[in-house]
Design a protein around this ligand. Structure first.
Ligand code: ADP
Ligand code: 5GP
Length: 219
């Protein structure tokens, strides 16, 4: 894994960049929420993961994922290119370190769509800069319905995602915020509120130190 991550950015934010994680059982809506957030907010950039899984129709290399072979994945891991990695549904997934660092340096927060294992690893590395949000479906039957409506997976894959859902959900208490994605618009509003509030935390407002120092010297 990569050795360090610095969230001090030199961009326009005048604050520490944050690492904003969305996790959920597959089908609960995290990609939809992530897409909406990226469209609505130009101060946050998506972390594009590396994976060994098969590319699905409609997915773009470099946009949805970097699709690599098992050997390529191992080479990158040996080169310390990853911030975290995990095996999910039998495939390998990882967060490349360099683009995250570049986004933070450019003054952008970084959005992650990763599972609970990756969340734990990022939290261990950069705890105070990490904001963890878990998305729950309103019910398991609606989760299945969403997977069926999304129509990206075969019935067998949908069954295996449903089997894994309760395992993923069991990690809900490792997150700072837990939202039920019943109404999409309402849930998205909450995601935006969390991000806005977290950006305002005193520890993230590095620009405040100089401001308050100057303020106290006035008069
Ligand atoms: P995930 O990324 O968690 O696997 P997706 O974002 O792909 O899930 O959502 C799965 C499906 O559910 C998609 O077809 C999406 O349009 C739909 N969906 C997402 N949120 C809602 C919601 N609140 N109500 C109904 N359908 C939703
Ligand atoms: P999918 O194959 O459906 O795109 O993603 C399957 C699961 O892998 C999802 O729970 C997703 O959040 C997770 N995932 C995607 N990229 C990464 C990553 O880089 N690291 C980790 N730990 N999980 C990831």
């Amino acid at each position: 894994m990569a050795d360090s991550i610095s969230t001090e950015n030199s961009g326009t934010l005048q604050r520490r960049g944050l690492l904003f994680i969305l996790s959920s059982p597959s089908g609960a809506g995290k990609s939809t929420l992530a897409r909406l957030l990226l469209k609505a907010d130009d101060e946050i950039a998506m972390s594009v993961s590396v994976t060994t899984r098969q590319q699905r129709p409609g997915e773009e290399h470099g946009k949805d994922y970097y699709f690599v072979s098992g050997d390529e994945f191992e080479e990158m891991a040996a080169d310390h290119a990853f911030l975290e990695y995990a095996t999910v549904f039998g495939n390998r997934y990882a967060t490349p370190a360099a683009p995250v660092q570049q986004s933070l340096e450019a003054g952008q927060d970084v959005l992650f769509d990763i599972d609970w294992q990756g969340t734990q690893q990022l939290y261990q590395r950069a705890g105070q800069d990490v904001v963890r949000v878990f998305i729950l479906p309103p019910s398991l039957s609606q989760l299945r319905e969403r997977l069926e409506t999304r129509a990206t997976d075969s019935p067998e894959i949908i069954d295996s995602r449903m089997q894994r859902a309760t395992d993923e959900i069991s990690h809900w208490d490792g997150y700072d915020y837990v939202l039920v994605n019943d109404d999409l618009d309402a849930c998205f509003e909450k995601v935006k509120q969390i991000l806005a509030t977290e950006r305002l935390r005193r520890a993230r407002q590095t620009g405040l130190i100089g401001f308050v120092r100057d303020l106290m010297q006035q008069d």
